[in-house]
Design a protein. Sequence first.
Length: 224
Amino acid sequence: MRITVIEHEAEAGLGYLAQWLGLDCEVVRPYLGEDVPARARDGLIVLGGAAAAWEDERSPWQPATRDLLRRAVDDAIPTLAVCLGAQLLTMACGGTVERGENGLEVGAREVVALPAAASDRLLSGIGRAVAVQYHQDAMTRLPDGAVPLMTGSQYPNQAYRLGEAAWAVQFHPEATPEIFASWTADSDLDAAEDLNAEVKAAESALVATWRPVARAFAGVVRNG
């Protein structure tokens, strides 16, 4: 079994997921000139990045990534789309992504499970949890047929499932404290040090919550 991974930039890699999945990952780096494949292998992960989901001139591989995501949903390939990846999935399947009206959501922030999460293959067992956030764009209208799974106070659409085996999460289950600190280091955030400390303090809770989710996703890849 092998998972196709689309990495949009070197600073936004698999992080924790590389340890937790227990499956081979074929990482595609289009920012280095590698071609986005037409179809995924046994599973698909599309990671985050700094570009907006509509900024194809900034990241010219995004149309191919949206096509890949759309085919994965149609073919029921197990898919996990993270932050920008979630927004690309949303656009690819007919939803809407816009610049968020509520500003930058950043740091260790609470997400809350919706009723449908109780029976979800990935998110069952989660009630309220802490997740790493770093985004200012928002999924404002989900694709037709999407099942909302998690919400938050700043932006309501935090996770959903589409079709048989595609999940979109606005937050970053893969982000280690070190990855998050690398993002704030490249920012002009006045509170960067406090945010870094906040994420570091939440590390054990992040691992306890999102490692089982990653392993559940790997189980879907293995067993369908």
